[in-house]
Design a protein around this ligand. Structure first.
Ligand code: SIN
Length: 273
């Protein structure tokens, strides 16, 4: 291996050292790194020095890029979204457990974040391994959820609130709604993962919201077990890349009074099957 890999938790997440992401990766290194990304789902690269263009170029090595639907990119860079919380703001962006853009027909395959300003304490992001969570379901629950689809929408109130402060001036808050399988099969690894999330999933297809809630809640509570998680403690200049098809994440909102700024780049995904 051309780099060092250190697990963050047994289930998910690895710290990668020995690579300089400001330069293109050699094809054999990229191939090895992609394998680790798919297997460990979240890769953390401390102490990188990246301009927005270098973050774009680095992320593009993992797939075609996509624009995040609700935030304008920074000046001249449509793929680079600012994830900013100001000291006087109460609500953080995306602060509900979620998988990115599951309300689109082809939700993001992954994304990267690059840390520019981090509070002195707090503001960590937790990721959970939705493949491990699926495996640990009882056979009875697996049988119940395997055939189901779920309706995902962009305008559930709790998550819409987290975006309100960051909506670009020229961006109309459109509503996107799509149904996807509750259990999806990862297009590259074949792994089955739970694909409903609290931020965007409204109900099971052809079920009422009320009837859907108990089973959805069971899946959410199950998936959040600490055994399936890793916690990223941000440092300035840290670059994190995650696989959005097999993870959920939760940015912790425990740093009100401090500024937190990251740049985010999304990778285009397939239609979940
Ligand atoms: C996001 O959900 O993309 C934001 C994650 C974070 O702020 O840590």
């Amino acid at each position: 291996m051309n780099f060092k890999v250190q697990s963050i938790s047994p289930s998910i997440g690895s710290i990668i050292s020995g690579l300089n992401l400001s330069e293109p990766l050699a094809p054999h290194v990229l191939q090895e790194l992609r394998k680790v990304w798919l297997q460990r789902k979240v890769l953390v690269f401390p102490k990188q020095s990246l301009t927005p263009q270098q973050q774009v170029d680095c992320t593009r090595q993992f797939g075609e890029l996509d624009q995040y639907p609700f935030i304008e990119g920074i000046k001249g860079m449509p793929y680079v979204a600012e994830i900013l919380k100001l000291p006087n703001e109460e609500i953080n962006f995306g602060g509900v457990w979620h998988s990115d853009t599951s309300y689109l027909i082809n939700p993001a395959a992954g994304a990267s974040l690059y840390a520019l300003e981090i509070p002195p304490i707090g503001g960590d992001t937790i990721f959970c391994n939705m493949g491990a969570a699926y495996q640990a379901l009882t056979n009875d629950i697996k049988e119940r959820v395997n055939p189901l689809n779920a309706v995902n929408t962009s305008n559930k109130t709790a998550v819409s609130k987290t975006r309100a402060a960051r909506l670009g001036k020229n961006i109309e808050p459109d509503v996107y709604t799509h149904s996807h399988p509750v259990i999806r099969t990862h297009p590259e690894t074949g792994e089955k993962t739970i694909y409903v999330n609290e931020a965007h999933t409204l109900c099971f297809e052809n079920w009422s919201e009320k009837d859907s809630q108990p089973l959805l809640n069971l899946l959410y509570q199950h998936a959040r077990k600490p055994e399936f998680q890793c916690r990223i403690k941000w440092q300035k200049n840290m670059f994190v890349l995650w696989d959005n098809r097999s993870t959920h994440h939760y940015p912790i909102n425990d740093y009100t009074g401090y500024r937190r700024l990251l740049h985010r780049v999304s990778i285009k995904g397939d239609i979940p099957t």
